[in-house]
Design a protein around this ligand. Structure first.
Ligand SMILES: [Zn+2]
Length: 381
């Protein structure tokens, strides 16, 4: 989940509803680890679902077409993988991005217009329990390798679009957090399960909750109970790292990829309880926000055609108000690379919120990717 949702009327309504939801066996506002474990449904995961980091190294070792590199190692000793498809095109590069903007010559950073193929960067869940994005990206990798998703469905169109781009895929943005996520999927579970595994608890078993969990960062010390999957093993939430003096290895690794590759488009994949939503990217110029707004319209039209739920496009706006948006990872990715950068929120399929099937969650992810690729390919025409 990300801060921008609070600005949406639906999100506010949902948040107001949450305290009255049934808590099934745990007192409202608190849950012990034993209670949380006991609430995990005893049912097999869908075959296409990826809810764990454990098998990822093995999965990425033998790719036929993709190139795998390890871009960072987490405090828990887990590798962060980058999988690339499509050659990197050499372009003139004489300045870093903000200096090039200062020179009023963005091309001095990277002459992106001379590239034949768009470059698109996907950052998988930096909140470890938001594994809908991990599932989507591992399926995308499988499609680029084999033409099929992990359900065995042909996905020729997506693969053909992918072949016209350079794709940079970081499937798991916070593998420490994902390793801690024992349910492996939140589909069919309750809001309180999301709270426990997502933001974690204080020592007295009360929920850290959202957005109050951001009040303490890094999330370390004697008052921490269960460390939520928002955080790596050192208590750092990569969405809110200190980008000018980093606390964790994840966010700097993503920013380095962006700096060196100069992507045209970047998404940070998240999940929440509501409908699929492309959030307004904060601290980005109006023209870049407008471009992401156009992408949102295209993406929602495609989702509508496929019978998938979706939000309404956001409004382009200036920063300000009593509670201005934070300058988060999505903002930082633009400011080092000039990429159209945004956060995507996918429904978890929480029982009392936006109802989707696991297959629809996969389709929501793949539809987003298709819209992103088509959006950037159209600009090259
Ligand atoms: Zn999130």
């Amino acid at each position: 989940m990300n801060q921008g949702r609070l600005t949406q009327a639906g999100g506010i309504a949902l948040l107001l509803l949450l305290p009255s939801l049934p808590t099934c066996g745990a007192p409202a506002g608190r849950m012990t680890y034993a209670e949380a474990k006991a609430r995990i449904p005893d049912k097999p995961l869908p075959v296409f679902w990826i809810g764990d980091d454990k098998d990822l190294p093995q999965r990425f070792e033998h790719l036929k077409r993709g190139q795998m590199t390890i871009v960072a190692v987490t405090p828990g000793g887990r590798p962060i993988h980058l999988i690339a498809y499509g050659e990197k095109e050499a372009v003139a590069h004489t300045a870093n991005f903000n200096s090039a903007i200062g020179a009023q010559e963005p091309a001095a950073y990277m002459d992106k217009a001379t590239r034949k193929r768009p470059v698109i960067l996907f950052i998988g869940p930096v909140h470890g329990h938001e594994v809908e994005g991990l599932t989507g990206l591992v399926n995308l990798i499988h499609i680029m390798e084999s033409d099929e998703d992990l359900l065995g469905r042909k996905q020729e169109k997506l693969r053909q679009l992918g072949e016209q781009c350079r794709l940079l895929i970081v499937p798991a943005g916070n593998p420490d957090g994902t390793a801690r996520f024992e349910p492996r999927m939140l589909h069919g579970m309750e809001s309180d399960d999301l709270r426990f595994w997502g933001q974690g608890t204080w020592k007295d078993d009360t929920f850290c909750d959202w957005p109050a969990c951001k009040r303490q960062h890094p999330m370390v010390g004697g008052n921490v109970g269960f460390l939520g999957c928002y955080f790596n093993n050192a208590g750092v939430n990569p969405m809110h790292d200190e980008f000018f003096a980093p606390m964790g290895p994840e966010a700097p690794a993503f920013l380095k990829i962006a700096r060196e590759e100069g992507p045209d488009l970047v998404v940070s994949l998240h999940s929440h309880e509501s409908k699929p939503a492309l959030l307004r990217p904060a601290y980005l110029p109006a023209e870049v926000q407008q471009d992401i707004q156009s992408l949102a319209r295209e993406c929602y039209a495609l989702m509508g055609k496929r019978g998938l739920p979706h939000d309404e496009p956001f409004k382009v706006s200036l920063e300000g108000g009593k509670h201005p948006e934070s300058f988060n990872l999505t903002s930082a990715l633009y400011h080092v690379s000039g990429a159209g950068s945004f956060t995507f929120e996918c429904p978890h399929g929480i029982r009392t919120a936006c109802q989707v099937t696991p297959t629809q969650i996969l389709d929501i992810q793949l539809t987003l990717y298709e819209a992103m690729l088509q959006h950037e390919i159209n600009k090259k025409k």
